[in-house]
Design a protein around this ligand. Structure first.
Ligand code: UDP
Ligand code: MG
Length: 324
């Protein structure tokens, strides 16, 4: 392997892991076998997300005899998204493939994923675990979750947003930022960054062989909240006033008109000698008042949002595709 090859291997495999010591040697051997059989140059990046078992010493041991194996160790457990992001920053391969460490994803899928990126021209290919080996308590909410995600993100051809096995063109991983728990929505992040050719490949899924799952059922609640955040920031993140300002003005207007009407009705009745009640005795007056106050608050939220955006150092950062 010459020097340039070492710098840009064909494939970088990024593996986030948290306490997966038993699986690691098997996974590494399997990746190596697939890569060598297909003649790929590659690197594997193990991102140890603060494991408390022997994972890191195993990674160190594996990397000692093989420069294709790289590793990063977090001081504490940050989560899968930070681990992926760190891997993405360091990945040098033309194609970047992410894979869970628990042997649920099969390295045998690598050659076809690589082909789809390099030959079919996809920016991102997501795995689809059509036949899953997970408990029912997970597969059913997952179906619902994916249906919602398809609707909200507008990426209609994906069935499995959160599949750990994905392949990317290098540019994609360098231009997205995965933080918090946003790894569930990487295809959406890619789309928001302007990478629209997103494909899917049915992949083999296997039962977890060692260890146990790191995510509980709260993944679904958090997943929905994150989806809302992304949808909102994607749509209005750069112009919060367009959302809050519109809603606020509308509410204020409704409240204001209602107050005038309530007052006018009273004056009319007074002038004509009809029975009338005090404005403050009408429940509608309080509803109108609340609506006006809420409207002001929303408007103010938009205004403050605009001030925040104005001060963001990234407000004028754009990805330029070409220039002549
Ligand atoms: N993982 C991680 N940090 C965490 C939790 C999980 O790096 O805080 C890794 C984990 O070791 C595995 C992958 O993310 O390689 C997927 O996790 P898991 O298999 O527990 O999820 P599931 O398959 O149940 O969705
Ligand atoms: Mg798993």
């Amino acid at each position: 392997m010459n020097n340039t090859e070492k710098k840009t291997p064909d494939i970088s495999v990024v593996v986030p892991l948290y306490n997966e010591a038993e699986s690691l040697p098997e996974l590494e051997a399997w990746i190596r076998r697939v890569m060598e059989q297909n003649g790929f140059s590659y690197e594997v990046l193990f991102i140890d997300d603060g494991s408390t078992d022997d994972s890191w010493s195993i990674i160190e041991e594996m990397s000692r005899g093989d420069e294709r194996i790289r590793g990063v160790s977090f001081r504490r457990n940050y989560g899968k998204s930070p681990a992926l992001n760190t891997g993405f920053e360091r990945a040098r391969g033309k194609v970047v493939i992410t894979m869970d460490a628990d042997l649920q994803d099969s390295p045998d899928e690598i050659p076809e994923l690589y082909r789809m990126i390099t030959e079919d021209g996809y920016d991102l290919v997501s795995g689809y675990k059509q036949k899953r080996y997970d408990p029912l308590s997970k597969t059913i909410p997952t179906k619902l979750f994916n249906a919602t995600a398809r609707k909200v993100t507008g990426i209609r051809n994906l069935h499995d947003f959160n599949c750990g096995l994905k392949a990317y063109r290098q540019a994609v991983v360098k231009h997205i930022e995965v933080y918090g728990d946003m790894h569930r929505y990487i295809p959406y992040l890619a789309k928001l960054a302007g990478y629209k050719k997103i494909g899917e490949k049915v992949v083999v899924h296997r039962p977890r062989k060692y260890g146990k799952t790191k995510f509980g059922l709260n993944r679904f609640v958090n997943g929905y909240l994150d989806l809302m955040t992304l949808w909102f920031t994607g749509k209005f993140g750069g112009k919060p006033m367009h959302f809050f300002g519109l809603l606020g003005s509308l509410m204020f207007l409704i409240g204001f008109v209602a107050t005038i009407v309530i007052g006018a009705v009273k004056l009319y009745n007074m002038a004509h000698g009809n029975h009338y009640i005090l404005v403050t005795d009408s429940p509608y007056f309080y509803i109108a008042l609340t609506t006006m106050i809420l409207g002001c608050q929303l408007f103010l939220a938009g205004f403050i949002g605009e001030l925040v955006v104005r001060n963001s150092t990234r407000r004028n950062e754009y990805e330029i595709e070409a220039e002549v």
